[in-house]
Design a protein around this ligand. Structure first.
Ligand code: SF4
Ligand code: SF4
Length: 410
C-alpha cells in the first residue's frame, strides 16, 4: 500500500494557513491518529531567536492552526504542550526564541503550555537497536506524550543537505547533548545514522512541514536565502516526507543520507513510486533550490564507498576552511560556546573569533547558529592538492622520460 503525503498551497495569512492545514489533515485522515489520545506534544523548529519573517523558525500561524485544530477535535488545551530546545548556549536562548518567533504569544493566547526542553526533567531512554547510540537522555515531556507532532520548517542544511522531518527531531536533544553528538559523529554517514537513532526515540505520529517561506543555499541559519514556496506538507511517514521535500527542492536523493538510513531501517519509504500525493501535484511545485555550500561534487565522492575509504586523504587535499566576517560579526561568542571541536576563540573583547584548523571537525554549528550570518564554513576548493599534484607530475614525467630513453637507447 502506498503512503500518502498531503500538499497544499498557502500564504502566511491566518485564514489561508488554517484552510490549508484543515485540508491536509482531512486528506490524511488525521482524526484516527488522535482517537483516544490525550497528551499531545508539538515540536517546532526554533533554531535561534529570530522573528517569523527571518524564515529560520516554524511560522507561528502553523503552530496556531495546529493547536486550534486539536482543540476543535476535542483535545483538552491543558493536555497540549509546545516544546523545543534552541541551538546556542546563550542565556535563556529557547525562551527568547519562543518569544521572538511569536509562538509564546500563540500558546499563551490559547491557554496552552510551552516549555524549553532544557527546563524539563531528563530521563534516560535505552536504544538497544540504535546504530550509533545505545541510550539518550531526553525530556520527560517527550517520553510522556501520547502523540508527538513534528512541525519543521523546510530549509537547506550545510551538514545534512536538507532539514525537515528527521533532522527536526534532533532539536529535542538539549544543548550539550547536541554538541556532544557532533563531536562524536563528525562523519556525514555516522551523523545521519545518529539522527535516525534520535528520531526513532521521539517517533512523531504526524509531521507538518512549514514550507511557506523555505530556505536555500547556506541554511539553516542566517546565512541561507529565503524562498517564497507557499506550501504546507503533511504525512505520517517521515522518510516519505523528506523524500518529497528533496524532490520539490530538486536535490539528488542519494545526498540525503538520513533519509536513506531511515529507509534502510524500515522507518518509511524513500521510493517516490510508493508515495501517493494528495492535493497539489509535484510537477506544479518542483523548483531548483540552491545547494548548501559549494561542494556538491565533494559530497558525491565522499558519500561513495571509495570516497569514504579515502576520507582522510580527501580531507587533507580539500581542507576545511572557516572564516568569520569582520563587518557583520558582533562578537557575541555564540559560535565559540557551541563549537564541539573547541576550534574557536575570541582573543579580545569585540573581536571576531580566531579559528584553529586542526581542531575543526567541519560540523557547521558555528555557521548554523550565528545570529548575523557572519560565520562561514566551507571546503577550500582544491587548496592543498597542488604540492601533491606537482610531485605526482614530476614522478610521471621522470618515468616517461626514463622509458623514452630506454626505448631510444636500445
Ligand atoms: S561569528 Fe557570529 S556567532 Fe560568532 S561571534 Fe561573530 S556574530 Fe557571534
Ligand atoms: S569551527 Fe565551526 S565548523 Fe569547526 S568545529 Fe567549530 S563549530 Fe564546527
Amino acid at each position: 500500500m502506498k503512503t500518502t503525503i498531503a500538499i497544499e498551497r498557502t500564504t502566511q495569512d491566518v485564514i489561508s494557513v488554517r484552510s490549508s492545514l484543515n485540508k491536509l489533515l482531512t486528506n490524511l485522515g488525521a482524526d484516527s491518529i488522535f482517537a483516544g489520545k490525550k497528551r499531545i506534544l508539538l515540536k517546532p523548529n526554533l533554531l535561534i531567536p529570530k522573528p517569523p519573517d527571518a524564515g529560520i523558525t516554524t511560522h507561528p500561524e502553523v503552530v496556531a492552526a495546529m493547536i486550534d485544530w486539536l482543540v476543535e477535535y476535542g483535545i483538552v488545551k491543558e493536555d497540549i504542550v509546545v516544546a523545543e530546545s534552541s541551538s546556542t548556549f546563550s542565556s535563556n536562548v529557547t525562551r527568547r526564541a519562543f518569544n521572538k518567533c511569536g509562538i509564546q504569544e500563540v500558546c499563551e493566547s490559547r491557554g496552552v503550555r510551552w516549555t524549553p526542553f532544557e527546563g524539563t526533567k531528563m530521563v534516560r531512554v535505552d536504544l538497544p537497536t540504535g546504530k550509533m547510540v545505545k541510550f539518550l537522555n531526553i525530556s520527560e515531556e517527550l517520553v510522556r506524550a501520547e502523540v508527538v507532532i513534528n512541525l519543521p520548517i523546510l530549509k537547506t542544511h550545510n551538514l545534512t543537505v536538507i532539514t525537515a522531518a528527521i533532522k527536526n527531531m534532533f532539536g529535542s536533544l538539549v544543548l550539550t547533548n547536541k554538541t556532544d553528538m557532533h563531536a562524536r559523529f563528525p562523519a556525514y554517514t555516522d551523523f545521519a545514522e545518529m539522527l535516525v537513532d534520535v528520531y526513532s526515540v521521539s517517533k512523531p505520529s504526524l509531521t507538518i512541514v512549514d514550507g511557506i517561506t523555505a530556505m536555500e543555499g547556506n541554511g539553516p541559519g542566517a546565512g541561507g536565502k529565503l524562498v517564497e514556496l507557499g506550501l504546507l506538507l503533511a504525512g505520517t511517514d517521515p522518510v516519505a516526507i523528506d523524500t518529497i521535500c528533496a524532490e520539490i527542492m530538486g536535490f539528488d536523493q542519494r545526498l540525503i543520507l538520513s533519509t536513506q538510513a531511515a529507509a534502510r531501517r524500515g522507518l518509511g519509504t524513500n521510493n517516490v513510486a510508493e508515495i501517493e500525493i494528495a492535493g497539489v501535484s509535484l510537477d506544479e511545485i518542483r523548483r531548483k533550490f540552491k545547494f548548501p555550500g559549494t561542494y556538491k561534487l565533494y559530497r558525491f565522492i565522499f558519500n561513495s564507498r571509495i570516497g569514504h575509504t579515502l576520507a582522510p586523504l580527501m580531507k587533507k587535499f580539500t581542507g576545511v576552511r572557516a572564516w568569520y566576517d569582520k563587518k557583520t560579526c558582533v562578537s557575541c561568542g555564540d559560535c565559540v560556546n557551541i563549537c564541539p571541536g573547541h576550534a574557536l576563540k575570541i582573543q579580545k573583547v569585540g573581536s571576531t573569533p580566531t579559528w584553529t584548523k586542526e581542531k575543526c571537525i567541519n560540523c557547521h554549528c558555528c555557521e548554523e547558529i550565528c545570529p548575523k550570518g557572519a560565520a562561514h564554513v566551507g571546503i577550500a576548493g582544491i587548496n592543498g592538492i597542488w604540492p601533491y599534484l606537482i610531485v605526482f607530475l614530476t614522478i610521471l614525467v621522470t618515468i616517461i622520460w626514463f622509458i623514452t630513453r630506454l626505448v631510444t637507447w636500445s
